[in-house]
Design a protein around this ligand. Structure first.
Ligand SMILES: Nc1ncnc2c1ncn2[C@@H]1O[C@H](COP(=O)(O)OP(=O)(O)O)[C@@H](O)[C@H]1O
Ligand SMILES: NC(=O)OP(=O)(O)O
Length: 314
């Protein structure tokens, strides 16, 4: 498999929902259709693309539905909710991407793979929930749910959000199937929502475990696994910003991994938002990746060329 021009594009939840995170089906369809136009442009320009995506709003909403309906139908575990969101988001992305490719005269197909990501059952993250999912609530509503045993954190201006365990992704178990899709010329959508978290029993059997993986962390692992030259993290802001949200805010353009690492250590990037993206970019480059780009969807092409966004190089 050629390593040149293979690009892993990770789409954030913001590329798939409205800014209020409500995740209404029509809003998701429209947002995904817009995102796939940009991805189709890359493919038309000759880039080999592997796609992954977040699922924070969707998996949180599904969990709530399960809990609300628990007295009527049996609730399913969080890893099943993750698998279900891979299915619906992947299905929507594949349809939108194929339509966008066909409009450009490209008869390429795409396929969404239900993807398992191995984690360690002893990961300390299981004891300290940190991954924000679902809708934002105000403090009073969040406190009521905390009393019922849920974990919620204050995320500032947008409100409070539920958090669940998010262990470190260790291995993409379905990597051979992703490789087979690439070899067949099919555009893979893989490891959505960071992949379904699974652990391996002493017998070697694999089983799901309740958590939601961080899609940026998994994207860095997936990019290395498929030997992509570039990792692009597409979100709703054109750049990572220093002193974000203050009068001294300034966007970061091209930067070395060493310098970006210093800014990260100094606390410039929000946990649960820009922090994981910067961490993923640094990990990918440290592991031998040529370039990681953090930018907005509408700058994908110029970001790939190193002319827009936060461009991280060794
Ligand atoms: N230092 C920073 N630079 C830029 N954006 C930041 C920074 N810190 C926090 N953010 C926030 O991170 C958001 C993007 O992260 P997130 O909402 O998790 O994206 P996605 O859902 O696309 O993965 C931006 O909308 C911005 O509000
Ligand atoms: N799983 C995950 O990280 O999803 P978001 O990017 O939507 O938060």
């Amino acid at each position: 498999m050629p390593a040149q021009r293979r690009v892993l594009v990770a789409l954030g939840g913001n590329a798939m929902t409205t800014p209020d995170g409500s995740a209404r089906p029509d809003d998701q369809r429209k947002a995904i259709e817009g995102a796939m136009e940009h991805v189709a442009d890359l493919i038309e320009a000759g880039t080999e693309v592997v796609l992954t995506h977040g699922n924070g709003p969707q998996v949180g909403n599904l969990l709530v539905k399960n809990e609300l309906a628990a007295h009527v139908v049996p609730p399913v575990p969080l890893d099943w909710c993750g698998a279900q969101t891979q299915g619906t988001i992947g299905f929507t992305m594949v349809g939108a991407l194929e339509a966008a490719l066909h409009r450009r005269g490209l008869r390429r197909s795409a396929a969404a793979l239900v993807t398992r990501t191995l984690v360690d059952a002893a990961d300390p993250a299981f004891a300290s929930p940190s991954k924000p999912i679902g809708r934002y609530l105000d403090r009073g509503e969040a406190e009521r749910l905390i009393e019922l045993g849920q974990n919620w954190v204050d995320l500032g201006a947008r409100g409070w959000r539920r958090v669940v365990p998010s262990p470190e992704p260790r291995e993409i178990l379905d990597a051979p199937a992703i490789g087979a899709l690439l070899d067949a010329g099919v555009v893979p959508v893989a490891a959505g929502g960071g992949g379904i978290p699974v652990v391996r029993d002493p017998s070697g059997a694999v089983r799901g475990i309740e958590a939601v993986l961080d899609k940026d962390r998994t994207a860095a692992l997936l990019a290395r696994t498929v030997r992509a030259s570039t990792l692009v993290i597409a979100t709703d802001v054109p750049n990572a910003v220093l002193d974000f949200g203050t009068p001294a805010a300034r966007p970061i353009g091209r930067i070395s991994a060493a310098e970006l690492g210093e800014y990260a250590a100094a606390g410039h990037f929000g946990g649960g938002s820009m922090g994981p993206k910067v961490q993923a970019a640094l990990r990918f480059v440290a592991a031998g990746g040529e370039r990681a780009v953090i930018t907005a969807l509408d700058r994908l092409e110029s970001g790939l060329a190193g002319a827009a966004g936060t461009v991280v190089e060794p």
